[in-house]
Design a protein around this ligand. Structure first.
Ligand SMILES: NC(=O)c1ccc[n+]([C@@H]2O[C@H](COP(=O)([O-])OP(=O)(O)OC[C@H]3O[C@@H](n4cnc5c(N)ncnc54)[C@H](O)[C@@H]3O)[C@@H](O)[C@H]2O)c1
Ligand SMILES: O=c1ccn([C@@H]2O[C@H](COP(=O)(O)OP(=O)(O)O[C@H]3OC[C@@H](O)[C@H](O)[C@H]3O)[C@@H](O)[C@H]2O)c(=O)[nH]1
Length: 389
């Protein structure tokens, strides 16, 4: 139940607020809505074009938080209700974006519009109406590490100052224009710069969040079940789909890229701290990730295979992975981030936040969810049609 005697990090009582959450129907939005309804007294105006992932919070209208969440189906590209909804709220959180790598080089225009152009009115309305903004950017704004340009055998590659990604010191290193993978990162970088400039010149109260591969239940879709069969979601859903269908997991360019994965439930704790501690969060850019959960994509595939065998009770395939070129998997213009270790200094200092969940544990709970949610549907979808008489 929502507690009315919550206190902030300074020990002061927290007043209930109204939050305009754009992109509330997505993966992160659904977890944030769930947390806000279950544990806080805050109200949410939930904006999205879809609401399937938050249906359980909207219906039936006898739910204990029914009067604290309101869904507005709208596309922020072309809906005049946007400004009035931002004006009705104390805080706007913008999560709306195209954010799957398969789209960056195949739908670069939509990617740039979604991550830059469509976000501009949100920034303007917040600035013009003196409303606080929490904007979701990405760890991809760092691009490649400095270390990736050193010779393979250089001892400097082991030096953290060549690979740890810090909000206030690391450069943003993207590939050439024809590598359209970077259109997303570049659009996100420019909206960060616009928000920062609105803060500097017009006093906008903003917080920028840079998520480092948040994963968990409800992430993306399983192709052919709750998304298009030819769709390519992010790696968690790609590998889950392969495991559910008993196909080998596809390692793009051998799966040598490295990532740090953080459990969505840990990351949402960080967002809640930002919401409830504006004086410690305004004007800040925060990395939110788990530096202790680093693996190569190949290691992730191996761990997911092992965890899935445990939670499903099904033995693993004899050949659990296959290599595939990035051009075959994503098409021309794909490129990759080599390594992503978040510097945690700023979020530690400002909010005292640390992630708790190990990669094994978060995969165990996530793959248990994937198995429970999809195994039967996959079985039915792949079963041979019954012979007709
Ligand atoms: N999940 C991660 O690990 C991760 C990592 C880095 C950055 N991010 C950023 O966090 C944000 C949320 O990511 P997510 O993983 O929840 O993605 P998601 O795709 O699950 O959620 C985005 C939501 O925004 C909605 N949306 C998109 N365009 C819209 C529009 N024009 N009008 C209304 N709604 C619109 C979509 O319908 C979707 O429900 C994005 O900005 C993304 O770039 C996420
Ligand atoms: O089936 C697959 C899918 C993906 N991959 C690889 O797995 C890695 C991770 O891929 P993801 O699709 O999860 O996405 P990335 O980590 O590259 O980028 C993500 O990170 C930050 C966010 O802004 C976005 O959500 C997204 O851009 C990449 O190296 C990719 O090439 C595979 O090897 N096989």
């Amino acid at each position: 139940m929502a507690s009315s005697n919550r206190v902030d990090l300074g020990g002061n009582p927290i007043k209930p607020i109204t939050i305009c959450m754009i992109g509330a129907g997505g993966f992160i939005g659904s977890h944030l809505c769930e947390k806000l309804m279950a544990e806080t007294p805050h109200k949410v105006l939930a904006l999205d074009v879809y609401n399937d992932k938050i249906k359980h919070l909207l219906e039936p209208d006898t739910l204990p938080w029914a009067d604290r969440i309101q869904f507005h189906r709208l596309n922020i590209k072309n809906d005049s209700r946007l400004e009035s909804l931002i004006r009705m709220a104390d805080l706007t959180i913008n999560l709306a974006a195209i954010c799957t790598p398969a789209d960056y080089n195949t739908r670069p225009l939509d990617t740039i519009y979604s991550n830059f152009i469509d976000a501009i009115p949100v920034v303007k309305y917040c600035s013009g109406n003196n409303k606080r903004l929490i904007h979701f950017s990405t760890c991809e704004v760092y691009g490649k590490t400095i270390g990736s340009f050193l010779p393979k055998d250089s001892p400097l590659r082991q030096d953290p100052s060549y690979y740890v990604l810090s909000e206030d010191t690391s450069p943003c290193i993207f590939g050439p224009i024809e590598k359209q993978r970077w259109s997303y990162a570049c659009a996100k970088q420019l909206i960060e710069r616009l928000i920062y400039a609105e803060g500097a010149e017009n006093g906008l109260d903003f917080t920028i969040v840079r998520p480092f591969n948040w994963i968990g239940p409800r992430m993306d879709f399983i192709p052919g079940i709750d998304g298009p069969s030819e769709g390519v979601p992010r790696v968690l859903a790609c590998f889950s789909n392969n495991l559910l269908r008993r196909e080998p997991l596809k390692l793009v360019d051998g799966g040598q890229s490295q990532r740090t994965f953080v459990y969505i439930k840990d990351a949402i704790e960080a967002v809640l701290l930002m919401i409830e501690n504006p004086s410690r969060s305004n004007g800040q850019i925060f990395n939110v990730g788990n530096p202790n959960n680093e693996v190569t994509v190949k290691q992730l595939a191996e761990m997911m295979t092992e965890v899935y065998a445990k939670v499903s009770g099904e033995p693993s395939l004899e050949t659990p992975t296959i290599d595939i070129s990035s051009e075959e998997f994503y098409g021309v213009g794909y490129d990759d981030s080599d390594k992503r270790i978040p510097d945690m200094t700023i979020i530690n200092r400002q909010l005292g936040w640390n992630p708790k969940t190990s990669l094994w544990d978060l995969l165990e709970s996530t793959l248990t969810y994937q198995h429970r949610t999809y195994a039967e549907a996959i079985k039915q979808a792949t079963a041979k049609p019954a012979a007709s008489s």
